[in-house]
Design a protein around this ligand. Structure first.
Ligand code: COA
Length: 324
């Protein structure tokens, strides 16, 4: 059995920079409130580009970074909760956009943990020998499902896409994956309804908007519990300690969540890579965007061990241990 390595990364951010001051023109909020409660300073909002366009642009950059041709890609997974359409999948649209004619393509839905779920899924295909490579993308246009009249949520989220290319290799790369979900206790804390049933048997009483609703405090409590748990689990299962880990790339939701998690783990906050001040919470895209930023800055050196850790709606969570 071969090992599985990440051989390229890419990301694409829409051009629409929206500052906290811009938001304060739309809802009763302020830069002071948003910065002090979340660490977010600005986010990108799509100016008409849909999720597949962001995903395709991130994919092209990842292909260039990996020095690979689109036609050589065997598997495309897009993790998203804001796909262009129910069908075709966003992954199929990306397949056409980039010309990955020989790939099989599908989406997965695990909210902000989606990229971790996508990595794990493609890892299994490659490890099992069915595929030699995969393009995994986290892409969101969350501004489609954010209510810009709801100050509880609209200040948190942004749009963007990140991608990684995985390849069968003799060298070690992805060392371990851990994923989990709780559909029993968590479904009310972070929610966005889809289209309601309306057919000859079922009449809609009141049309619901497809907007994100959230119990912020509950999600906060969940996040500060699950990040340390996911990190400790992966360390325990692989006989590693935090001292062996160069960087932790958390899902970029809130700086205070990261600070709490670092304190619980008794680890220097500097070990956590944070760029949420620029992009806010981009759900499934946040981890691959951060990974690509680190890669392009030259922060990741061969042999470095890094942990990716995600959490989100579902509830879902997961972590991946990588040797770069
Ligand atoms: N601007 C100004 N005031 C705001 C506001 C905003 N954007 N949003 C909420 N408020 C108000 C509330 O109405 C409340 O006012 P009240 O005391 O008069 O009722 C007050 O600020 C405090 O709200 P509260 O919800 O207690 O704030 P908080 O300290 O819990 O922070 C979050 C709120 C959303 C920042 C925080 O709970 C959080 O980050 N949760 C996790 C969210 C998340 O990461 N979700 C995605 C996970 S994938």
């Amino acid at each position: 059995m071969s090992e599985v390595k990440i051989i390229g990364t890419g990301s694409y951010m829409p051009k629409g920079i929206t500052t906290n001051d811009d938001l304060s023109k739309w809802v009763d909020t302020s830069d002071e409130w948003i910065s002090s409660r979340t660490g977010i300073k600005e986010r990108r909002l799509s100016i008409g580009e849909n999720t597949s366009e962001l995903a395709s642009k991130a994919a092209i950059k990842a292909l260039e970074n990996a020095n690979m041709k689109a036609e050589d890609i065997e598997l495309i997974i897009v993790a998203t909760i804001t796909g262009d359409s129910f069908t075709p999948s966003t992954a199929c649209i990306v397949q056409e956009n980039i010309g990955a004619f020989n790939a099989v393509a599908f989406d997965i839905s695990a909210a902000c943990s989606g990229f971790i779920f996508g990595l794990n899924t493609s890892y299994q295909f490659i490890k099992g020998g069915q595929m030699k490579n995969a393009l995994v993308i986290g892409a969101e246009v969350l501004s489609k499902i954010v209510d810009f009249k709801d100050r509880n949520t609209c200040v948190l989220f942004g749009d963007g896409a990140g991608a990684a290319i995985l390849k069968a290799s003799k060298e070690q790369g992805i060392l371990y994956n851990y994923i989990g979900s709780d559909g029993i206790n968590g479904k009310e804390s972070l929610n966005c309804p889809a289209v309601q049933i309306s057919n000859p048997y079922t009449k809609i009483e009141k049309k619901e908007e497809s907007f994100i609703t959230m119990n912020g405090k509950e999600v906060f409590r969940f996040a500060v519990k699950i990040i340390p748990k996911s990190i400790e689990k992966i360390l325990e299962d692989t006989n590693n300690s935090l001292d062996d880990i160069k960087y932790i790339i958390p899902h970029q939701a809130n700086l205070r969540i990261v600070e709490f998690a670092a304190k619980k783990l008794k680890v220097d906050i500097e070990k956590f890579y944070v760029n949420l001040d620029k992009y806010g919470n981009t759900s499934s895209a946040s981890i691959p965007i951060a990974l690509d930023e680190m890669n392009r800055k030259g922060l990741l050196k061969k042999g470095d061990k890094i942990i990716l850790v995600g959490f989100g709606g579902g509830l879902t969570w997961g972590s991946t241990l990588i040797q770069w």
